[in-house]
Design a protein around this ligand. Sequence first.
Ligand code: GUN
Length: 296
Amino acid sequence: MILLDGKKVAAEKRAELRETIAQLQAAGKRAPKLAIVIVGHNPASETYVANKIKACGEVGIEAEKIAFEADITEQQLLAEVSRLNHDATIDGFIVQLPLPEHISETTIMSAIDRRKDVDGLTPENVGRTVQGLPSIISATPRGIRELLAYYQIPTEGRHVVVIGRSNIVGKPIAMLLMQRPYLSLPSMSAASLGDATVTICHSKTRDLKSICLTADIIIVAAGCPKLLTADMVKEGVTIIDVGINRVDGKLVGDVDFENVAPKAAYITPVPGGVGPMTIVSLLQNTLQAYMLKGER
Ligand code: GUN
C-alpha cells in the first residue's frame, strides 16, 4: 500500500510556484493577488481561509481577506462581487462556502467573472470544463488530478466510482476523468488524465457495495465518516478520500482507513491527502488567472 502524500506533493508544487513567481518579480512584474471573501464565523471556513492565506504567503501571492458579518444581504454581497470583478489589482477571488441560508450560493457564484473565478465554480467555468474548453478547473478536482498524475496512476479504461454529487467535487471530477484528454503529452501529466469509465453514486444509490466492488479507483466525497468499509473494495484499489469530518475532536475522512488501507494499492490519508492539494490548486489557478490577464 502506498500513501498518496498530498502534503509532500503540495509542498513541491508550492516550491515550483514560488520559483515562477520570484522569476516574474525579478523581471519587474507585480505579484499575483488573490482576494478571499468570507461571510459569518463558520469555524471550519475560518480555518480553511487562514490556511489559504498562509499558503499564498509561502509562494509570494498577495492575499486579501474580506470579511462580512452573517447578516450581510445578498444585494450587498453581489455589490462586493461586482467590485472585485472590476478591481484591476485583483487577479482572482473566491467566496468561501457555505454562505448563510438567506444568500443563494448559485446567485453569488454566477455573478463572479469566470476569468477571476479561481475556485472554478462559476456555471461558465464548469460548463467550459465539461466541454473540454480552456477553463479554470475547480480546486479540489484539479488537486485530485495532480495527485493521480504525480503517482503515475492511469485512468484510461479504468472504472472510477465517485461517491458524492456536489458541484464542488463529485460532478466536476467525474466529468474530468471521463473526458478525452485534451492534451496528449508524451509523459503523464494531469492534462493527459481521462478516458475513464465513471459511475457517480450518491445517497439514493442502491447497492453501493456491489458498484464499489467493481471499481479500480474510488473517489469518496460524501462527508460521512466510515462510509467506505473494507468489504466494499477489491484488492489493489486506489482510494481518494475527499471527506473532512471531525469525530471526537479528530479529523477523519469518509473511509474506514485502518481496515481499507491494507487492501488498497494507493490511498490518501486524511488529513494530508486531498486537502493540501486543494489549496495548492487554488494558488495554481490564481497564477493562471494572473497570466491570462494580459489576454483580456
Ligand atoms: N468550502 C469548502 N471548500 C471550498 C472551496 O474549495 N471553495 C470555496 N469557495 N468554499 C469552500
